[in-house]
Every structure is written in structure tokens, then in C-alpha cells.
Design a protein around this ligand. Structure first.
Ligand code: CA
Length: 238
């Protein structure tokens, strides 16, 4: 890692570049590495999904013209399941394409050929506007949840969550009060298909409730029977 990537930064942002054309992808990745980002490359949506299972990402730079799952569908998928920063890149300069991209929740939009300095500036701007660069803290009942430091505290009392418990709580917090399916929660906590047992999600949520809830029947986490889980009330920004 280069020294300048740390300068003045508490945290180096992780960016995935999703682009099937290798030369373009490598050029964008190189420019973002030089701008100080921790850059990961993915040649399609499947590779990006795999990356997201291994690695926390702050931002996805997504080419819309992808083989397999097209960029628009993948953008919609990303937006439905996380608050990750999303900049889409396309060859189409038409206003309709731009509007469609922003409608599905992209934070910004660039037309090829990408000007690398401009892309880095857009990423900084998205991080700033969204507050992602101020640490990601939420208030959940009496708990203060810090998504970046991965801590959950009630004053001096730490909830002492395991990695899996925290990953599940973080995903629920990111979803607001939307339902997160058990399948999606399972994908956060399992590393291998053999571990693919939805009941392990239920077990983790039970443990989470025991650690976070003051009283029975007054849970911060609500069950959506047959679907998954959601927060009973929206987390607040401190
Ligand atoms: Ca492409």
C-alpha cells in the first residue's frame, strides 16, 4: 500500500471496478490505486458478488454493458441489498440512459471514455455527500452501532457480538426497516455451501436478540415469518 493512501485518512476506501473489458478495467483500477483507493477488479456481476462475500466494499464502479447479468440488473440488485456507493459507467450518453441509472439508485453516472481524474473526484464526492466518509454510526434503541469500527455499545457496556452476529446486525441496520431474507443473511455468515443451513441464521438472530434486547417480546429485531428478519424500528443517525 502506498504511503499517500493513508495520508489524512482514517480508513482507505475499498472500491470494486466491475468491467468486462480487461484493458479498460485495469486502466481504471490503476488510476484509482494511484488515487489512494484499495481497488478490486471483477470482470462481471458474478465475480463482484463473490468479492462482496469476502470483502467489505465502500463503492462499486459498474460498467453497464456486461455479459451474463447486465449492469442495470446488477445495479438494482446492489441497491436493493446495501447502501454501498454506486457509480455506473456506460457508452450511452443519452439522457434516458442517465435517468434510468439514477432512478435505480446509482449515486452518479459517467460516460465512456472515463476521465480518470474525474472518476476519482466523483467517488470522493459520493462519499462526502452520503456521509460515508464520516464513519457509519447508527443509533438502535439504546445501542450505538458503529458499522466501520464494528462495535455495538450502550454507554460503557459492549454487546460483545461475534463476527457473524455483527455481520447480520450490520446488514439489518443498512436495510432500515426493510426485510432481509434468511438466504441473504446466510450468505453473509457462511463460507462454504456445506454451511448453508438457514437454521444457523435463526440461531444467530436468537443470540443477537439475547445480547441486545432488554426484555422478551420487545425485540429490536422483528421476524418476517417465511421471509427473514428486519429491524422493528428504523435506526437513527446520531
Ligand atoms: Ca463492457
Amino acid at each position: 500500500m502506498q504511503d499517500r493512501s493513508r495520508k489524512g485518512n482514517r480508513h482507505v476506501y475499498s472500491v470494486a471496478v466491475v468491467e468486462d473489458e480487461a484493458l479498460t478495467r485495469k486502466a481504471i483500477a490503476l488510476s484509482l490505486r494511484e488515487a489512494g483507493y484499495d481497488v478490486h477488479e471483477a470482470s462481471d456481476a458474478f465475480a463482484c458478488r463473490a468479492l462482496m462475500r469476502q470483502q467489505r466494499l465502500d463503492m462499486v464502479v459498474l460498467d453497464l454493458g456486461l455479459p451474463g447479468i447486465d449492469g442495470m440488473s446488477f445495479a438494482r440488485e446492489l441497491r436493493s441489498r446495501s447502501d454501498i456507493g454506486l457509480i455506473v459507467v456506460t457508452r450511452q450518453a443519452a439522457p434516458a440512459a442517465r435517468i434510468a441509472a439514477l432512478d435505480i439508485g446509482a449515486d452518479d453516472y459517467l460516460v465512456k471514455p472515463v476521465h480518470y481524474g474525474e472518476l476519482a473526484a466523483r467517488i470522493r464526492s459520493v462519499m462526502r455527500r452520503s456521509g460515508r466518509d464520516r464513519g457509519r454510526r447508527r443509533k438502535l434503541g439504546r445501542w450505538a452501532v458503529d458499522l466501520e469500527a464494528r462495535t455495538v455499545n450502550d454507554g460503557p457496556h459492549n454487546a460483545n457480538l461475534t463476527r457473524g452476529e455483527f455481520d447480520i446486525l450490520a446488514r439489518l441496520v443498512q436495510a432500515g426497516t426493510k426485510i432481509v431474507t434468511r438466504q441473504e443473511l446466510l450468505s453473509l455468515i457462511s463460507r462454504t455451501p456445506q454451511e448453508s443451513d438457514l437454521r444457523s441464521v435463526d440461531a444467530l438472530v436468537s443470540r443477537l436478540r439475547r445480547k441486545l434486547d432488554a426484555t422478551e417480546g420487545d425485540s429490536l429485531i422483528a421476524t418476517a415469518p417465511g421471509f427473514g428478519y428486519r429491524l422493528a424500528a428504523a435506526p437513527e443517525e446520531p
